[in-house]
Design a protein around this ligand. Structure first.
Ligand code: GAP
Length: 472
C-alpha cells in the first residue's frame, strides 16, 4: 500500500506531529513534565487500540488455537522468585566518575562515558523490577512488584485454562497489557519507557517440536507487521547471541525495525523450553504437566513466545507511515497508515456550509459512525480540510456536494492517491468495511485440535489456505 520511498530520519517530526495533532503528549506538562513519560491523546489512544485490536484479531480471533487472558499486574511475589526475575532480571549499571551520569554497560563508548568520555565505575547488576508495598505497613513481608512482562500471568494460569477449555498442545494463550521496568536509560520518545504496553503470547507445544514452531512464529509475526503496512526494507530478523539471550531462552530472534535513529527491537520471539512451567512446578508444588492419552505419558509442554510491545509498535507504525511530499509552495504531510490502524477511518466534510449540505453530512455521519470512527469538519476550504485529515492518517474523506442532493451519492477521496470516487450513500459503510478488512488482517490458523497435529512447516507455507481444517 506504500507509495512513497520517503525515509524519515528526523524523529523530531514525529514527536512534533504527535503533540500538535493530539496523538502523544509529554506527561505531567503543567508541572514541568516528568521525564520519559508520555500520555496518549485522543488520536493516540485510537491508533494504539487499533494496533492492539489487529494483534488480537490475528492472534486470537482468526485462529482456532489461541485463547486470551487478562491477569493481574501485581502477582504473588513468589511468581517472580520462580520465574527468575528477582535474581536475573538485571541490567549492568555503571556510573560516570566525572559527570555522574548512569549508563547500561553495553551503551559505553570504548568503556568510557558516552556523555563526557570520563572513566566509569565497575558494572553492577541493577534489578529492573518496580517494587511496591501491599497494605499499610512498608516492611519486607509487604513487598510486591509491578509485572515486568505479561508472560508470567499466562504461565501461572496455564493449567486452569488448559483444563477449563480442554485444550491440548499445540495451543497458545495471549495477553496484552501494561508492564513496568525501571529502565536505566529510557528514551527515544516512546521506544523505551518505564511504563509500557506489551502484546505477548505463550504457545505451548509438544517437546521435540519447538524448533519448527519457533520458525513458524518468527515468519508469521514478521508477516503481520508487513501485512499492516510496515515496509519490508525497514524490517529485519536478528538472532540473539548466546551471551545476550535472556535467562529463560534456548534461542531468540528479534524482529527489528529501522527506527529513525537506528535498528531496534520491535518484538522478540523466544524458545523458552519448559523453563517457566518447570520453575513454577518447583516453587508452587503444583504438577503442571498433563496426561496424554495417546502416549500414556505425563507431558510438560515447551513454549514458543512471540513478545511484542504495543507502545513500541505504535512508534514504528507512526514513523513508517510519516510521509512528506511537495504540494505547490507547501509540503503535504501524510500519515500513510493502514486503514485498519488509522485513528479516524472517515472524515465527513460537507463541500460548503449550506444548511442542506450540512444536514446531509450529519445524517451520513450518524450512519457511518455506527461502525467506524469518524470526524466531522465544516471549517475552512475543502483543500485545507483534506490536509488536516492527511496529517492524522484518515484514509477516506466523504464529501456531500450539490449532486448528492439529487442522486444520493458522495465523493470519497483517497488519502494516498488523492483520487475521488462517487459512491452511493447507502453503500458507504460496506465500502469502507471492505477497504479496512482487505484480507491483510487475518492470520493462518493451524488447528491444534484436529485429528492430526499440524505440521507447522506445511501450515506456514500457505497460511491462508488452512481455513478448512476440521475442529474437534
Ligand atoms: N516476555 C518476554 C519479554 O518481555 P522483551 O524482549 O523484554 O521480552 C518484549 O519484551 C517486547 O516488549 C519488546 O520487543 C518491546 O517491544 C517491548 N518492550 C520491552 N521493554 C520495553 C520498554 N522499556 N519500553 C517500551 N517497550 C518495551
Amino acid at each position: 500500500m506504500r507509495q512513497s520511498t520517503f525515509r524519515l530520519d528526523d524523529m523530531a517530526k514525529v514527536v512534533s506531529l504527535s503533540k500538535r495533532r493530539g496523538l502523544i503528549y509529554p506527561s505531567s506538562e503543567i508541572y514541568g513534565g516528568f521525564a520519559n513519560s508520555w500520555d496518549y491523546g485522543p488520536l493516540g489512544v485510537l491508533l494504539k487500540e487499533n494496533i492492539k485490536a489487529a494483534w488480537m484479531r490475528a492472534m486470537v480471533q482468526d485462529r482456532d488455537d489461541v485463547v486470551p487472558i487478562d491477569s493481574s499486574i501485581i502477582l504473588a511475589p513468589r511468581v517472580w522468585e520462580a520465574s527468575g526475575h528477582l535474581k536475573h532480571f538485571t541490567d549492568p549499571l555503571v556510573d560516570c566518575k566525572v559527570c555522574h551520569k548512569r549508563w547500561r554497560a553495553d551503551e559505553l563508548n570504548d568503556g568510557r562515558c558516552p556523555a563526557c568520555g570520563g572513566e566509569v565505575t565497575d558494572a553492577r547488576p541493577f534489578n529492573l523490577m518496580f517494587k511496591t508495598f501491599i497494605g499499610p505497613v512498608e516492611d519486607e513481608a509487604a513487598v510486591a512488584y509491578l509485572r515486568p512482562e505479561t508472560a508470567q500471568g499466562i504461565f501461572i494460569n496455564f493449567k486452569s485454562i488448559m483444563t477449563t477449555y480442554r485444550l491440548r498442545p499445540p495451543f497458545g494463550i495471549a495477553q496484552l497489557g501494561k508492564s513496568f521496568r525501571n529502565e536505566i536509560t529510557p528514551g527515544n520518545f516512546i521506544f523505551r519507557t518505564r511504563e509500557f504496553e506489551q502484546m505477548e503470547m505463550e504457545f505451548f507445544v509438544l517437546p521435540g517440536t519447538a524448533a519448527e514452531w519457533l520458525d513458524y512464529w518468527v515468519k508469521e509475526r514478521k508477516a503481520w507487521y508487513e501485512r499492516l503496512g510496515l515496509r519490508s526494507d525497514n524490517l529485519r530478523l536478528r538472532e540473539h547471541t548466546e551471551e545476550e539471550r535472556a535467562h529463560y531462552s534456548r534461542g531468540t530472534f528479534d524482529i527489528e525495525y529501522r527506527f529513525p535513529w537506528d535498528w531496534g527491537e520491535l518484538e522478540g520471539i523466544a524458545d523458552r523450553g519448559d523453563y517457566d512451567l518447570g520453575q513454577h512446578e518447583e516453587h508452587s508444588g503444583e504438577d503442571l504437566r498433563y496426561y496424554d492419552e495417546a502416549t500414556k505419558q505425563h507431558i510438560r509442554p515447551e513454549v514458543i513466545e512471540p513478545a511484542a510491545g504495543a507502545t513500541r509498535a505504535t512508534l514504528a507504525f507512526l514513523a513508517d507511515a510519516y510521509d512528506e511530499e511537495p504540494d505547490g509552495e507547501e509540503t503535504r504531510v501524510v500519515l500513510r497508515l493502514h486503514p485498519a490502524l488509522a485513528p479516524i477511518t472517515a472524515a465527513i466534510l460537507p463541500l460548503q456550509r449550506k444548511p442542506e449540505l450540512v444536514n446531509l453530512a450529519k445524517e451520513i455521519r450518524s450512519t457511518v459512525r455506527k461502525r467506524h470512527m469518524t470526524q466531522y469538519d465544516e471549517t475552512g476550504s475543502i483543500g485545507r480540510r483534506y490536509r488536516r485529515q492527511d496529517e492524522i492518517g484518515t484514509p477516506y474523506c466523504i464529501t456531500p456536494d450539490f449532486q448528492s442532493l439529487e442522486d444520493s451519492t458522495v465523493t470519497v477521496r483517497d488519502r494516498d492517491s488523492m483520487t475521488q470516487e462517487r459512491i452511493p450513500i447507502n453503500d458507504l459503510t460496506n465500502w469502507l468495511e471492505a477497504r479496512i478488512d482487505n484480507g491483510t488482517l487475518g492470520a493462518p490458523p493451524p488447528d491444534p485440535r484436529g485429528a492430526e497435529p499440524p505440521d507447522p512447516r506445511t501450515s506456514f507455507s500457505d497460511p491462508r489456505a488452512e481455513t478448512d481444517r476440521p475442529s474437534a
